[in-house]
Ligand binder design. Sequence first.
Ligand SMILES: C[S@@+](CC[C@H](N)C(=O)[O-])C[C@H]1O[C@@H](n2cnc3c(N)ncnc32)[C@H](O)[C@@H]1O
Length: 238
Amino acid sequence: MADTEVAPPEVHHYQSIEEVPWDIQNYWAQRHRIFSRYDDGIWLTDDAWFGVTPEPVAHKIANHMAEATPEDRCILVDCFAGAGGNTIAFAQTRKWKRIYAIEKNPAVLQCAQHNAEIYGVGNQITWFQGDCFDILQNQLKDLAPYSVIFASPPWGGPGYRSDHVFNLSTMEPYSLKRLYKEYSMFTPLVALFLPRTSDARQMAKFVPEGDKAEVVHYCMDGHSKALCIYYGGFASHN
Ligand SMILES: C[S@@+](CC[C@H](N)C(=O)[O-])C[C@H]1O[C@@H](n2cnc3c(N)ncnc32)[C@H](O)[C@@H]1O
């Protein structure tokens, strides 16, 4: 990381709780679990705190993706890179010939790029600023036969935290149907990171007849944080 690198105005590295907006203070208290190298100068926008995948969970997912992906797939596309939580963990496995990481918000993308440098993995990643659906179709389509997709979409929409069962058809801004349809045109190997209470019947709708998809819950402190559904030809956990 160059000392001269300048953060955009909406990007911060908070160093004391007095600086932290009240709605982020719980997350800030967990900062070293979210990024173990937080103190080395991790950058986040205030919104990115809510969506970043904590490092232990990101590692579990990355290890599974590395082990469960067929040999002929050597490219990983991370469709919603955010501040880089998952992207960095994927790079740390050293499994992928190349990682393509897409993020729509330019300031958040700058955080991901900066954070990947802190972890020393930036050289494995090609970054795109823009819309993942557009970039898959127009810039990455030649790589489709060699690729797998990982996506941790925003979970906005009605009742994300309060619903007993999370409705994946009203997930905003992208429903499960939209995500699956767009991604499965690119590759059958699609891993989606979704709320822990996601409706199992809705997830099952996209599994081809007679086929299976693995759902894995990722837990911290005895609670499921979220789940990942692995569609397509990923190997199951042993
Ligand atoms: C839940 S966060 C991803 C967090 C990330 N996995 C991490 O660990 O830091 C979702 C991100 O998707 C971005 N986003 C939303 N729509 C997008 C799109 N169409 N294409 C690319 N990125 C998008 C948002 O700006 C947000 O940063």
